[in-house]
Design a protein around this ligand. Structure first.
Ligand SMILES: [Fe+2]
Ligand SMILES: [Fe+2]
Length: 281
C-alpha cells in the first residue's frame, strides 16, 4: 500500500464525513445501558469534545429516559429495605451500593444536561457538563470497584427509583433543571458526605474515606458549575437569582430542603444561605 494513504483509509467514509455532532455522541452514551460501557462512552464523549473532534451541533433529541441495566431493581424510596445494623457487612455493602447508584444516575443527569440544553446555553456549558459527566463516570467506577472488593457488585441490591424523575420534570426548562439537579440534589451530597466520610474513617476504612473525599471535592465543583450557569439564566431574564431559584424549587422539587447544611462547602460552590434559608424546612 502506498505510504501516502491516510491512516484511516480503511474507514474512508468516516474520514470524509463531517465530524460527529456532540448531541449524537451524548445520545449514544445515554442509550448505553451496561454500566461499564456507559462509563467508557461518557469518558470518550468528554475527551472527544475536549480535543475538538465533535461538532457543536444538536441534530438529534435526547431520549426521555436513559438506558439502564436490568439490575438493580428500582424501588420507591418507601419500599427500600433497611440497610441493616451499622458496621455489619450487609450495612457496608448497602451504603456503597446506594452511593454507586447515585453516581450512576449522575452520569446520565450530566449527559442529559449537556445534550438537551447545550444548544441554547453554548459551548462552555457543554464543556462544563461533559466534564461533570466524566467525573461521575469516574466516581461510579471507584464505587463499583469498592463494592467488588467487598464481594458484591452494582446491581446486587435494589436501588432508589426516583432519581431520574427530577430531571424528567424539568426537561423543558434549563433554569429549573439547574435549580433542582446541581443546586438541590448535588448540594445535598455536600451536606451528607462529610458525616459518611467520618463514619467510614472511624471504621478504619481509609480506602473508602479516600474515595469519599475525592467525590466531595468534585461535587463542590459540580454545584459551583450549576450555580454559575443558573446565575447566567437569571441574568438573561433579569431576575433576582435567589427569588428565581426559590420559585423554581417550590414548583419542581417535591422533597424537603432540610438542615443541617454544609454552609462552607455550599458557599465554596457559590450557593449562599440567601438561596436556601428561605425554603428550608
Ligand atoms: Fe459524583
Ligand atoms: Fe456530581
Amino acid at each position: 500500500m502506498p505510504a501516502t494513504l491516510p491512516k484511516c483509509s480503511l474507514r474512508r467514509k468516516r474520514c470524509n464525513a463531517l465530524p460527529q455532532s456532540v448531541a449524537s455522541a451524548i445520545r449514544a452514551a445515554l442509550l448505553t445501558g451496561d454500566p461499564r460501557a456507559k462509563c467508557f462512552a461518557t469518558r470518550a464523549v468528554a475527551k472527544d469534545w475536549r480535543r475538538g473532534a465533535l461538532a457543536f451541533a444538536f441534530d438529534v433529541a435526547m431520549p426521555d429516559a436513559p438506558a439502564r441495566p436490568e439490575r438493580p431493581e428500582l424501588l420507591a424510596p418507601s419500599q427500600m429495605p433497611k440497610r441493616g445494623k451499622g458496621g455489619s457487612d450487609r450495612a457496608r455493602i448497602a451504603l456503597w451500593h446506594s452511593l454507586a447508584h447515585i453516581e450512576f444516575v449522575a452520569i446520565d443527569l450530566a449527559l442529559d444536561m449537556a445534550g438537551r440544553f447545550g444548544d441554547a446555553m453554548g459551548a462552555e456549558f457543554v464543556s462544563d457538563f461533559l466534564a461533570v459527566a466524566a467525573d461521575e463516570a469516574m466516581h461510579f467506577a471507584l464505587l463499583a470497584r469498592k463494592l467488588e472488593s467487598l464481594g458484591s457488585h452494582y446491581g446486587a441490591l435494589p436501588a432508589h427509583g426516583g432519581l431520574w424523575q427530577a430531571a424528567h420534570r424539568t426537561r423543558h426548562d434549563v433554569a429549573a433543571r439547574l435549580a433542582v439537579v446541581p443546586m438541590v440534589l448535588e448540594a445535598r451530597g455536600l451536606d451528607v458526605t462529610p458525616a459518611t466520610l467520618e463514619r467510614v474513617q472511624a471504621a478504619g476504612d481509609s480506602g473508602g474515606a479516600k474515595i469519599l473525599a475525592r467525590i466531595l471535592d468534585d461535587e463542590i465543583r459540580h454545584v459551583g458549575q450549576g450555580t454559575k450557569h443558573f446565575l447566567r439564566c437569571a441574568e438573561m431574564v433579569q431576575a433576582n437569582p435567589e427569588t428565581l431559584w426559590q420559585s423554581l424549587v417550590k414548583r419542581h422539587f417535591k422533597g424537603a430542603i432540610k438542615p443541617p447544611f454544609n454552609d462552607s462547602a455550599r458557599l465554596a460552590a457559590g450557593l449562599s444561605r440567601e438561596f436556601y434559608a428561605a425554603v428550608a424546612s
